[in-house]
Design a protein around this ligand. Structure first.
Ligand SMILES: *Cc1c(COP(=O)(O)O)cnc(C)c1O
Length: 359
């Protein structure tokens, strides 16, 4: 029996996608083999890879002067690959710190260049986003890095930072494809696949062409955007099965009506859940309203001793993986694209009932 899986990542995938993968598991497109068992350089796989890129370009309306790379090493590898590709060791890059993933990106970047922290929301315990005018940007910085959606804290930017011509770099791991975006505002967008794209093992990088081809000396070839772009992300063997599933997810998104339709659905899901929390007078979400995430919704009960009971009873009701990140505790519901509205309805109904019994 399928449950409603609120995991933050790896996260739930569309049932239709899983069923198609199951049906094709031992005999993909009549070849008598799984897609996992064929060469990444075969005609069939190269066509699949191209198709996935075309669909992603269409979904996000990616302009022609951007490369799309399908890389390995997750978003964490990009924490290092970005400074290696976009800046020399003497350069300064601006980083906005809105929580756990920003901090990791900053920590890694510091090994490669000078980091200026353009804003740090530590004073609010990372429950806010900085004011748009409040960013202390370095003139002539190599780039500005921010995390549009902090997966652990559930904090999301309601605006795109204005960087006055400095390339804007965004870790969109937990928000990509949740709504339309204007890719032309960014120099580079990257996203680990396991939240809103597909299985782990794949990281999508969307990078403006003029930013590639100047990786610093010593950059490993598999992290060199130019080398990877020139080889269609197949300088080495890519994670072919993850790429295949990502392609199925892109097709599924198109069948849902594209990102405009997903945005409507995601906004409605988030509004429903936050309203239930706010109106309960019992559950609480710590994030200041303008920065509340559509994708990751942390919440608490008044007595932390009840958390274990909450999680156990939720699990028994088919609502799984609701525990908060080990670093913050409490609960967290991740409601990515593949979480159907019915999952949020079921969670709200459970929360209401749980409060009635324990509140
Ligand atoms: C999950 C996540 C990461 C880390 O991704 P890995 O693939 O594990 O490296 C980085 N940034 C954000 C915002 C995330 O949600």
């Amino acid at each position: 029996m399928r449950v409603f899986n609120f995991a933050a990542g790896p996260a739930t995938l569309p049932l239709e996608v899983l069923e198609q993968a199951r049906d094709e598991m031992t005999d993909w497109r009549g070849g008598g083999m799984s897609v996992m068992e064929i060469s990444h350089r075969s005609k069939a796989f190269v066509a699949l890879a191209r198709d996935a890129e075309t669909d992603l370009r269409e979904l996000l309306a990616i302009p022609a002067n951007y490369k799309v790379l399908f890389l390995q090493g997750g978003a964490s590898a990009q924490f290092a690959a970005i400074p290696m590709n976009l800046a020399g060791p003497e350069a300064t890059a601006d980083y906005v710190n809105t929580g756990a993933w920003s901090k990791k990106a900053i920590g890694e970047a510091k090994r490669f260049l000078r980091v200026n922290v353009a804003a740090d929301e530590g004073d609010s315990n990372y429950s806010t986003v900085p004011a748009a005018e409040g960013l202390r940007l370095t003139p002539g910085a190599a780039y500005v890095h921010y995390t549009p959606n902090e997966t652990i804290g559930g904090v999301e930017f309601p605006y795109v930072p204005e960087t006055r011509g400095v390339p804007l770099v965004a870790d969109m791991s937990s928000t990509i494809l949740s709504r339309p975006i204007d890719v032309s505002k960014y120099g580079l967008i990257y996203a680990g696949a396991q939240k809103n794209i597909g299985p782990s093992g794949l990281c999508v990088v969307i990078v403006r062409e003029d930013l590639i081809g100047r990786a610093r000396a010593g950059t490993p070839l598999v992290w060199d955007y130019k080398a990877m772009a020139d080889d269609g992300s197949m300088l080495n063997t890519p994670p072919t099965f993850a790429w295949y599933i990502a392609g199925l997810v892109f097709k599924w998104l198109k069948r849902q009506g594209g990102l405009g339709a997903m945005a409507e659905r995601n906004r409605a899901k988030a509004v429903r859940l936050y309203r239930a929390i706010d109106e309960s007078g019992w559950y609480a979400n710590p994030v200041a309203k303008p920065g509340r995430s559509w994708m990751n919704v942390p919440f608490t009960v008044p007595d932390p001793a009840l958390e274990k009971t909450f999680l156990a009873e939720a699990g028994a009701a088919g609502l799984t993986n609701l525990e908060g990140h080990r670093s913050v505790g409490g609960m967290r519901a991740s409601i990515y694209n593949a979480m159907p509205p019915a999952g949020v309805e079921a969670l709200v109904a459970f929360m209401t009932d749980f409060q009635r019994r324990h509140g």
